[in-house]
Design a protein around this ligand. Sequence first.
Ligand SMILES: Nc1ncnc2c1ncn2[C@@H]1O[C@H](COP(=O)(O)OP(=O)(O)O)[C@@H](O)[C@H]1O
Ligand SMILES: [Mg+2]
Length: 410
Amino acid sequence: MPLIEVRGLTKLYRMGNSVVHALDGVDLTIERGEFVAITGPSGSGKSTMMHLLGCLDRPTAGTYILNGRNVSDLSDRELAAIRNRQIGFVFQTFNLIDRTTALENVAVPLFYARQSNTRQAALRALERVGLASRAHHRPSELSGGERQRVTIARAIVNQPALLLADEPTGNLDSRSGEQIMETFRRLNQQGVTIVMVTHEPDIARHAQRIVQMRDGRIVSDRFTAEILAEEHDRPRKWTGYSTSPSEAVSAGVIQQSASEAGLSPDATEVASAPARAVTTPTARPMPGTTAGLVCGLVAVGLWIGATAGQILLARSHNPATFDPLKQPPPLPLVIGGLTVCLATAAALVLAILAIVLSTKARRRLRTEPGLWLGRRRAVAGLALGWAAIAIPAAQIAITVLKALTRSSQG
Ligand SMILES: Nc1ncnc2c1ncn2[C@@H]1O[C@H](COP(=O)(O)OP(=O)(O)O)[C@@H](O)[C@H]1O
Ligand SMILES: [Mg+2]
């Protein structure tokens, strides 16, 4: 049984004497677990479609079966109940209450649903969007992307069967938009069915399936992987969601090729095609993890070299045979001493760099959603950085202690 089954869905708006066909007999089937983007030019009926799918409005004609129940002509009360229990909404504007924290904002739907233990559930929802660390911040203390992730947490806190998003990245810069898509993809992998309206091709391609509308009708309904494969003229292989220029170029032509493709014969047939096999997301290396590790390694290496140099110098210029107060130090000793000093200083700087880079990367790994690589590299970089600081510090401390005990004895 599909989650959404829409047949002949029609919505008319009467404007004086004229009638606007906002939706003109739409057929659409969406299976559980799908991630579908609805695109199309302004005025093509996308928002009207979302309103009907979200039970915010009733169709003029046609049927809408949601989760096995015909919701086409329920009363307002019944529609409200369906909305509360089964549907989560994310809009372009965040609609958060600024007087309270992210956590309390997320808990609002639970309050309406008269549930207990709202704190735990709200915190879990924030964790699912990677924002647990911001639970006690107010919306005004968060970035645009983080605010939108709070609204996503609020939308999923009741564990709805369906998540509807109307232009969720419309108010965001492209980097935050990508993060929202990462969040959606992760939720989708956890089983949340997502239907998202967007007019941006490179946002639409994050979905598995792209439905194109024009003049209140569906003019194309295809899998993103299919469209991309066609554009690249190569076998069906989803190369992930990276934002490299070549991908962006291909994203730019999605709309064109999708509209050329025409109306798909049967939405159910499309929905049963092997989509999941080609939608494995690509893990990306977290920036800074490799640099942190390299800095840590070089710092430790320099420190070992400096220590070895010190030992060699002490051996070749035995203080018993050489008195620096009576004769100038030999050139090899001067050069050797300077090199050891420089290496030690460089090791210290690199160690600090390793700690800073690795700590930043680890924080981003915790707070930013997405499939990131480099967790172990960040831990190793941090450990090496601290080692390159702690071991020389211990050495110095021991030398100072020895000197103090010697002078107190003497
Ligand atoms: N409440 C309304 N009253 C009258 N016309 C409307 C109303 N809502 C939408 N329309 C019309 O229906 C058509 C589809 O609108 P909409 O669904 O908002 O499109 P989109 O979201 O794709 O831009 C447009 O021509 C719009 O003017
Ligand atoms: Mg709209």
